[in-house]
Design a protein around this ligand. Structure first.
Ligand SMILES: Cc1cc2nc3c(=O)[nH]c(=O)nc-3n(C[C@H](O)[C@H](O)[C@H](O)COP(=O)(O)OP(=O)(O)OC[C@H]3O[C@@H](n4cnc5c(N)ncnc54)[C@H](O)[C@@H]3O)c2cc1C
Length: 390
């Protein structure tokens, strides 16, 4: 279809929204991104596993350097730090901020609007739009809602569809590699390292951004907190505010930090060094979310706004980018916008359902059944099923 002069409005300027924006822009669309944050995003999740779809744009279109590093081994250790298994899987790892900034650089900065919160949708079949908090009403041919797990758009479009807390959180943080002991540096040099604990597990890996020896180490430790007291207490910060999704660095209460550091006695010494040494600790609650629809006339939901998979498959940004690539490809090849969206929706619904289901099964095994084991062959990352780069 001819897409020149078509206009898209993207709500949410994180990785999913930006991937959609650059890929629509590359088809000739006029695209504006509206992000409610007041400044360029940072600190979102520290390190992430980078599946090929997340960095496909940079690899294929040459807009920049690789945004990830490769670690050869997927290693399991026991409590003493002894290596139980090490497989040469070759997954890639990056910093959330580096990937976000790379997408931002590939987009047009004058069309990226911070301090622009969408508060309502204009659900018109031919000329939909959004209403911003300052009262502006912006119309477009297509409205792309990539506003994350707590999506305002989804609240309007699917008021009965909500994220469901999985019963556990991820404690996260980073620590400079250069401050690790020699033994720990050696373990982490070319490996992502897992330790399976009692109804819990932790992984530690280096993230992209600098040379080996001076990288940041990132930890993600999954721990159970039931609702009805423990979860709400944990997520209530030093300022007394309950944040049910993310408790940012600096806001975790001292008693919870102390409890987590005491529990770190059960960790292998190299992993413990990273956890105890980290002073930017933050907490993310784990959710499942499945939307029954993604297309509403010419308004669409994508990324975490539509489906949230638990992080065990490490596919969240890849799924958001896959939604954006599929949109690009269907718009490029279809006869009309409505044909493209009719093709896009069932494909992306099926992908969302399958990845949520697989990640839920993994989380249940680790956190509740206690059946995850070191070297577990089912425990692999991937969006379209296990994607082992080798
Ligand atoms: C513990 C943990 C570990 C993870 N590890 C990985 C990993 O290893 N690999 C991986 O690929 N993914 C990982 N993820 C998932 C990944 O972070 C998300 O899936 C991804 O960020 C989703 O991108 P998104 O653009 O859809 O949404 P988000 O990143 O949530 O962005 C939504 C954006 O919309 C903005 N917004 C919200 N409401 C409005 C509004 N009303 N108006 C305007 N703007 C608005 C927000 O400010 C935000 O910038 C992990 C997640 C967790 C919790």
């Amino acid at each position: 279809m001819t897409t020149d002069r078509l206009r898209a409005v993207v709500v949410g300027g994180s990785i999913g929204g930006l991937a959609a924006a650059v890929l629509l822009r590359d088809l000739g669309w006029q695209v504006d991104v509206y992000e409610r944050s007041t400044e360029a995003l940072r600190h979102r999740g520290a390190g992430i596993v980078v599946l090929p779809t997340t960095e496909r744009y940079f690899v294929e279109r040459g807009h920049g350097r690789r945004v990830s590093l490769r670690l050869t081994y997927w290693t399991y250790v026991d409590q003493t730090g002894r290596v139980l298994s090490a497989t040469p899987d070759g997954y890639r790892f990056g910093s959330w901020t580096t990937i976000y900034r790379s997408y931002l650089e590939a987009f047009d900065s004058d069309r990226y609007h911070l301090r622009s919160e969408m508060v309502d949708l204009i659900l018109d079949d031919r000329r939909p739009g959004i209403v911003l908090r300052d009262g502006r009403r912006l119309h477009a041919d297509l409205v792309v809602c990539a506003d994350g797990v707590a999506s305002t758009a989804r609240g309007i479009l699917l008021p009965d569809t909500h994220p469901v807390y999985a019963g556990y959180v991820a404690w996260r943080g980073t620590f400079p590699e250069e401050r690790l002991s020699r033994k720990a540096r050696e373990l982490f040099r070319d490996a992502m390292v897992y330790q399976v604990l009692d109804h819990s597990h932790i992984l530690v890996y280096a993230i992209h951004g600098s040379e080996p020896g001076s990288r940041l180490m990132n930890f993600v430790w999954y721990r159970n907190y039931p609702t009805g007291g423990p979860f709400e207490d944990l997520m209530t910060g030093v300022d007394g505010e309950l944040r049910p999704s993310t408790l940012p660095p600096g806001l975790v209460r001292p008693e919870h930090l102390a409890e987590m550091r005491a529990a770190a006695e059960a960790l292998a010494p190299p992993l413990r060094e990273v956890v105890i040494g980290s002073n930017d600790v933050f907490i993310q609650a784990i959710f499942d979310l499945e939307s029954p629809r993604m297309v509403f006339g010419r308004t669409i939901l994508m990324g975490d706004a539509a489906f949230v998979a638990r992080p065990h498959v490490a596919a969240g940004t890849a799924k958001a980018c896959a939604d954006a690539w599929a949109l690009h490809e269907t718009l490029r090849d279809a006869a009309s916008l409505s044909d493209a969206l009719a093709e896009w929706e069932p494909r992306q619904l099926a992908l969302g359902r399958s990845v949520v289901e697989r990640s839920r099964r993994m989380g249940t095994r680790s956190q509740f059944e206690g059946s995850m084991f070191p070297g577990d062959p089912e425990w692999k990352f991937g969006l379209f099923g296990p994607e082992v780069p080798g």
